[in-house]
Design a binder for this molecule. Sequence first.
Ligand code: GP9
Length: 417
Amino acid sequence: ETEAKQWFQTRGEVRGQLESDALFGKYKGKNVIMIQLEAFQNFVINSSIGGVPITPNMNKLLESSLYFPNFYHQTAQGRTSDADLAANVSLQPLPTGSVFIRYAQHQYDSMPQTLRDNGYTAAAFHAYDGGFWNRNMMYDQLGYEKFYSKKDFTMNEPIGWSLGDKSFFQQSVQKMTQEKEPFYSFMISLSSHHPYKLPQSAQTLDTKQFKGTMFGDYLEAVHYVDASLGTMIDALKQAGLWDKSIFLFYGDHDNSISDWKPFESLLGQSLDETERFRILKGVPLIVHLPDDARAGTYEQPGGQLDITPTILHLLGIASSDKVMIGTPLITAAPPRADKKVVFRSGAYTDGSVLYLPAEDGLPEHSKCYSITGTGATGTKHAQLTDQSVCHTGAQEARKELEASDLVVEYNLVLQLH
Ligand code: GP9
């Protein structure tokens, strides 16, 4: 407990130092509209098939948004629920099972509760059974006032497990217009869920050589989600919410397609171990600020655990006393050089190295890559380097995971305050 306390205090101090940053509080009082996209990986952004972009709406949005191509999901067995935890609670998932299911009765410092403490209303939106991933209980615990689940939506566009994202987003915006401002709206999409097959009527992309394969179905699904997002942005503009809100979205986890051939065919390159890792873990983070400011590509590494600290930073809400792991990604100050994205396996990257622990647990089989010239779709140059280069980083990654596990399993948040 003492060790965990010290660890979180030190992390809190890092965020505390940034309270004098010029962007701290720059968007005070703005609404926050955040979308977690099902199985949405980063490699589709700016990619095309036969000259047709897969995500035209997102590509367009990049012109006025901040884009983080080296952003990673940090989920484990709890999949969508782990992404939700990482993004809204800034803690690591567990090595086994889902925190949402195993520890929903424990205390957490969350984005919805923190925002409510600062005068916001907070609602979650997901058009599926409210009990899935134990959301009913967990959302109550995390401080949402309202959780709009399947029963709150009109099923006028049946796709896959439930309501199609297009209608889901439209109906959600409708509900949002009734919320008291400032509000926090958290939406979870569903139409791009495995195994990705959309009804014929929703298929509008010619997937060429991938037609009839799961990878082709995935690209179709992603293309549909992109179009849904486009109509949602229009609806937000029409409702007068676009300029009053920080709008962001990120992918929750990978698409579980384990054959690399179609990825290599789409991207037109063979993929080595580091590129595969980055594609598997890489999900987009795209943030639109109310004044269109700071648009551009940000190559610094980041992960889902950084989302809540980033939003709190922009809103000017101090998080140095919160039991959270992440640090703000959008700052006027240059990104921290010692910033690490830590994965549940103990892997980590700081942008210049990628450490992959051995699957058989033998330290001598772990790999330390030095990486340079990273781009949006893959590591350009990766070279195995001396293990000692990753030694301290790997130790720090383990400490982060241990501190997080202690807090979650032993319900330490209140004690650590
Ligand atoms: C269901 C959804 C899917 O409510 O969020 O979760 P997943 O199967 O992707 O973890």
